[in-house]
Design a binder for this molecule. Structure first.
Ligand SMILES: [Ca+2]
Length: 131
């Protein structure tokens, strides 16, 4: 099951590469942001920055990242780019991008946000006591 998920994730990432050549950005983002394993953000692939899988339209977070990349005159997502958008709340859900990335939720999707307040641990997944 685990290898199937890895394979599925890889296939989705490859789809991003084939479609937009944005794999380098996706890989760099994951390397720098280190979203919690199995979080929505870790599984999001293209939709971290794009409105839909397989579409080029950027979501609010993607637009903020693109603006930061342009301002910093780079075509790569690097630490400076992530720092520049960290304090923004791209999707206007009341949670900063930095806190969403830390919690593993989608900073470009207002419906995806941490269940716990920033700085607290996220609620445990259903079916686990968390203790
Ligand atoms: Ca947000």
């Amino acid at each position: 099951m685990r290898s199937f998920r890895w394979l599925l994730g890889s296939a989705i990432a490859l789809l991003c590469v084939a479609a937009f050549g944005s794999a380098a950005i996706q890989i760099e983002f994951t390397k720098l942001a280190k979203p919690p394993k199995d979080s929505a953000l870790a599984k999001a692939a293209c939709v971290t920055c794009h409105k839909q899988m397989g579409k080029t339209d950027l979501n609010a977070y993607g637009k903020d990242l693109a603006a930061a990349m342009k301002a910093l005159k780079t075509k790569q997502v690097n630490a400076a780019v992530l720092t520049r958008v960290a304090k923004l709340d791209s999707d206007k859900d009341g949670v900063t991008n930095a806190d969403e990335v830390k919690a593993g939720t989608l900073p470009g999707d207002a419906k995806s946000k941490p269940t716990a307040k920033p700085g607290e641990k996220s609620a445990p997944p259903k079916g686990k006591s968390g203790k």
